[in-house]
Design a protein around this ligand. Structure first.
Ligand code: MN
Length: 348
C-alpha cells in the first residue's frame, strides 16, 4: 500500500545515460531481439549530432537517446526506437532522408520523414482550431501510427527539460502541448503519457496555481494516507470469508485533473472530494467480479460510472472493472479492480 504521486505514477523509469541503459530496457521486453540495429542507429545519430548541444549544456545525443528510452518504456518495436534515435537527424544535421533509407531501410525512412513533417506544421493556437490541428497531425502521420508515438515521446522529453528554455517560451510551449499533444495522447489511449504531459504543462503554464496546489496536496497528505488505510481495511474485512488475495494501491489523481475540477466548479482544493483513486489487484477475472460485488454491497455505486473492461477489453488487453462509489465518510471514491498485468504495466 502507498500513495504514489505525480510523475512517479507513470510507467516511466529513471532517465537513461548511455546506449547500454537503453539496450537493457529493451531486453526486458524483447529478450531475443537482435539489438545491433539499435547500437548502429545510436552511433549514426551521435556522429550526426556531434558538436550540437542542448540548452542544458549536454551533448545533443542525450535528447534522441531519451526519446528512444520513452519509446522503450512504452514497449514499442525496434523500428520505432530507431526512429526515436534518428528523429532529429534529417531536420537538424547534414544527414539526408536518402542516407537514412540506405542505412536503415524504407520503413524507418518513412517514419523519420513523418516525424520531420509534423515538426514543420504550424499549429493554430486556439481551442476552435483544435480539430484542424489534429487533422494536420493525422495527415502528417501518413499511414503509420508510430510517427505520432515518436512525436509524443519527443514532446514529452522536451517538456521534461523545459526548465532550460527562456521563461517566455515556457508558457507558450506548455500551452501548445496542452492544446494539441495532450488530447492526442488521450485519443491514442496512452494515459500515462497524457497524465505526465498535463502535469508538466500545468507547471509551466500556470506556475503560481501549480505550486499552490502542490502545497495543498502536501498539507493533506496525512489525511490522505489515513483515508487510504480505512478503505483498505474495509475491503479486507469484507473479503475475510473468501480466499481472495488482493493488493490495494491508493493514489491522488494527477494535479491537472484536480485543478480543472476546481476551476469548472469554482471550488477550493478542500472541496474537491474525489481526488483519490484506488486500484485493487487480484489473480483472476472471477475474483474481479467477486471483489466488485463486495464493494458494491458495502458502498453505493454512482450510476453511470461503472465500466467493464473484462467483457469489453481495451486494445492492450488488460482486464479490469472501474467503478465509483460513495465510500467512507460519504466521499466519492474511484476504484479499479484488475488482474495482475503480465507485463506489469498499468496504463498503456
Ligand atoms: Mn526532438
Amino acid at each position: 500500500m502507498g500513495v504514489e504521486r505525480l510523475a512517479e505514477d507513470g510507467i516511466f523509469d529513471r532517465p537513461v545515460k548511455t546506449v547500454e541503459d537503453l539496450l537493457n530496457k529493451i531486453r526486458k521486453y524483447l529478450p531475443n531481439a537482435d539489438l545491433s540495429l539499435i547500437t548502429r542507429a545510436y552511433s549514426f545519430s551521435e556522429k550526426a549530432h556531434t558538436g550540437q548541444f542542448r540548452r542544458s549544456g549536454e551533448p545533443y545525443i542525450a535528447h534522441p537517446l531519451s526519446v528512444a528510452a520513452i519509446l522503450a518504456d512504452l514497449r514499442l518495436d525496434l523500428e520505432s526506437i530507431v526512429t526515436g534515435l534518428l528523429h532529429d537527424t534529417v531536420e537538424d544535421t547534414y544527414v539526408t532522408l536518402e542516407d537514412v533509407r540506405r542505412e536503415f531501410g524504407d520503413t524507418v525512412a518513412l517514419l523519420v520523414d513523418g516525424v520531420t513533417k509534423i515538426s514543420q506544421i504550424k499549429f493554430r493556437n486556439s481551442v476552435e482550431k483544435q480539430g484542424e490541428n489534429i487533422r494536420k497531425m493525422i495527415v502528417a502521420m501518413g499511414r503509420d501510427v508510430r510517427v505520432v508515438l515518436v512525436k509524443l515521446a519527443d514532446r514529452l522529453h522536451n517538456m521534461r527539460t523545459l526548465n532550460h528554455m527562456p521563461y517566455e517560451k515556457q508558457a507558450q510551449i506548455a500551452l501548445e502541448t496542452l492544446e494539441i499533444y495532450c488530447p492526442l495522447a488521450g485519443r491514442m489511449g496512452i494515459m500515462s503519457l497524457k497524465v505526465e504531459l498535463e502535469d508538466l504543462c500545468f507547471r509551466y503554464y500556470r506556475p503560481d496555481h501549480y505550486y499552490q496546489l502542490v502545497q495543498h496536496v502536501k498539507k493533506t497528505e496525512h489525511d490522505t494516507d489515513r483515508f487510504i488505510g480505512e478503505v483498505r481495511d474495509k475491503i479486507a474485512e469484507s473479503l475475510e470469508r473468501s480466499n481472495v488475495k488482493f493488493e490495494i494501491y491508493g493514489r491522488s489523481k494527477h494535479l491537472w485533473s484536480i485543478y480543472k475540477k476546481m476551476q469548472s466548479r469554482n471550488i477550493e482544493y478542500e472541496q474537491v472530494y474525489d481526488v483519490l483513486a484506488f486500484r485493487v489487484i487480484v489473480s483472476n477475472v472471477s475474483e474481479c467480479y467477486e471483489v466488485l460485488g463486495h464493494i458494491h454491497a458495502m458502498w453505493k455505486p454512482i450510476p453511470g460510472r461503472f465500466k467493464d473492461f473484462i467483457a469489453m477489453p481495451k486494445a492492450n488487453n488488460y482486464q479490469s472493472l472501474h467503478t465509483t462509489v460513495i465510500g467512507p465518510g460519504g466521499e466519492r471514491v474511484e476504484i479499479q479492480i484488475r488482474t495482475r498485468d503480465k507485463i506489469g504495466r498499468a496504463h498503456v
